[in-house]
Design a protein around this ligand. Structure first.
Ligand code: HAM
Length: 501
């Protein structure tokens, strides 16, 4: 007998079950409707990508890349053979074949690595034939090291976010050639190995939107924020605060970062270990610290708003005018630097009530230059991602209850003679867009109506011998037990008009 084992969802992941899943579907559907009214279109990118895509975009020093990514080696069967101790010639032939068949990417760097390996292999062979021509052990080691490089190029990561993927897709499909700005949205799971707690999961869901193109007009930033807030209002997420900031660009930020580093070095001893490390790696991130003992020190530091270059200052001022024009309330927060490296100029975050410490329901900003960093043409970009888990949690904890579509009609049939009529009307009602439940086996009326109640049906459609004989249906509204008789035509008319409200 195999050992009995209870399988459970992996820590930090969860099942979203009915009726919550209806709330999720409605939330996501509303996002689609709002975003499409702003002319955004859906993009579905893969759940995993090359590790290097995220490392380059998000930054190797960030928590996301440094600590939180789910990365794995995906070796094809042939690549796996490479790690067994096959002869060097065999390994080289395999690699050449793999490159030819595109099983390992036919990139510039893979091709040049192949040339290096070939050189090294011939040096190694020469060293065996003529002792003294080279250290053969070392050469062999170098050969294997270089061969291993090909395997590294197969490191894959479950996406921790989707902005990098959208930029990759933008480049890969030559979307810069499309007319106007490219406006895309996505809905789906992301993965980060964080410590699970309320509102923080290892598989979580984002609804994101990105605008890519040639213009960095502040009106784009403002329209993106307007769309976000229209969506939040539509789903009843109103107890929120929008924070905005500008973190400068490649002109002014490096100078500010240097200044910050100097100031932080002077107070290094009073900072926690994380901030001390960040003085070297990324001083801006110190501003994000929540450590109580660091707050007074941080408040005294120079602020980026006093060190923006003219172009960035003007961009930020125009953004604020655009927000005013759209009646968007916001708070400026000079410490809003965000945890991903690709941002320039505008950054923003929305927090919601009722969530405890994980209260950011949306984060975003500008990332001019990211497409270029990934090998694409110079491109401006801005976008955001909403954390659906948190946003839905906040909606559920708010006062407003949402009437979601549930079961409309339960067909209580009894007697073999009524069964064909029950099958036929169930199909017609479903075709009319109603949610219909019908017991697959005959049940006593009382039990059947009891089940209709428990399932939360709005109506019970009663179909017995009398109804079949008179060619009429009895429709009972379960909330108040009101009963009416209808012909099939009248029934469909009535229920359809009810559904349309
Ligand atoms: P982010 O701030 O890393 O930005 O994530 C956006 C939102 O995802 C957060 O505000 C939060 O609501 C949610 N989130 C993040 N991690 C978790 C987690 N472990 N559990 C639950 N929810 C989480 C980005 O991802 C950027 N790609 C946003 C962006 C788009 N910037 C420009 N375009």
């Amino acid at each position: 007998m195999p050992e009995k084992k209870q399988f459970r969802a992996i820590k930090g992941t969860r099942d979203i079950l009915p009726p919550d899943s209806s709330l999720w579907n409605w939330f996501e559907q509303t996002a689609r409707e709002v975003f499409e009214s702003y002319n955004f279109r859906d993009i579905r990118s893969p759940i995993f990508e090359e590790t290097d895509l995220f490392a380059r975009s998000i930054g190797v020093e960030t928590d996301v890349v440094g600590k939180e990514m789910y990365t794995f080696e995906d070796k094809s069967a042939a690549l796996r053979n490479l790690s067994t101790f096959a002869g060097l010639d065999e390994q080289l032939t395999t690699i050449e074949d793999l490159l030819k068949t595109q099983q390992i990417p036919d990139t510039e760097s893979n091709r040049s690595t192949l040339i290096s390996v070939k050189q090294r292999v011939s040096e190694y062979k020469a060293s065996l034939q003529e002792p003294g021509r080279g250290d053969s052990d070392k050469l062999l080691q170098q050969c294997f090291f270089l061969l291993y490089y090909f395997q590294l190029s197969e490191r894959l990561t479950l996406r921790p976010e989707a902005t990098a993927s959208v930029c990759r897709a933008y480049i890969e499909h030559g979307m810069h050639a499309l007319a106007g700005n490219v406006k895309l949205y996505y809905i789906g799971p992301m993965f980060r190995r964080e410590r699970p707690q309320k509102g923080r999961y290892r598989q979580f869901y984002q609804i994101g939107a990105e605008v890519l193109g040639q213009s960095d007009a502040p009106a784009i930033d403002a329209e993106v924020l307007e769309m976000l807030l229209v969506f939040f209002r539509r789903v009843g997420l109103t107890r929120t605060t929008l924070f905005v900031n500008s973190i400068g660009d490649k002109e002014c930020r490096p100078k500010y970062v240097e200044l910050l580093r100097e100031e932080l070095l002077k107070v290094k001893d009073q900072l926690g270990a994380d901030s001390q490390r960040r003085i070297e790696t990324n001083p801006l991130r110190v501003l994000d610290s929540k450590l109580p003992q660091e707050q007074a020190i941080i408040e005294k530091l120079s602020r980026i708003s006093d060190h923006l270059c003219d172009a960035c200052r003007e961009h930020f001022a125009n953004l604020k005018n655009e927000l005013k024009l759209r009646n968007i309330n916001y708070e400026e927060n000079w410490r809003l630097v965000r945890g991903l490296d690709y941002y320039t100029r505008t950054t923003f975050e929305v927090t919601a009530e009722g969530l405890g410490s994980q209260n950011a329901v949306c984060g975003g900003g500008r990332y001019d230059g990211l497409v270029e960093l990934l090998g694409g043409p110079p491109t401006k970009g801005i976008g955001f991602a909403i954390g659906s888990d948190r946003a839905i949690l906040s909606i559920q904890e708010g006062a407003e209850a949402h009437a979601l579509p549930g079961l409309s009609v339960y067909i209580a049939w009894m007697g073999a003679a009524s069964y064909p009529a029950a099958v036929s009307i169930a199909r017609k009602l479903r075709e009319a867009g109603l949610s219909v439940e019908m017991p697959p086996e005959e049940m006593k009326f009382k039990k059947s109506l009891g089940l209709a109640d428990k399932l939360g049906a709005r109506y019970a459609l009663i179909l017995g011998e009398d109804e079949v004989a008179s060619n009429k249906f009895t429709l009972k509204r379960l909330a108040d037990a009101e009963q009416n008789k209808f012909s099939e035509y009248e029934l469909l008319e009535y229920l359809e008009s009810e559904r349309r409200g």
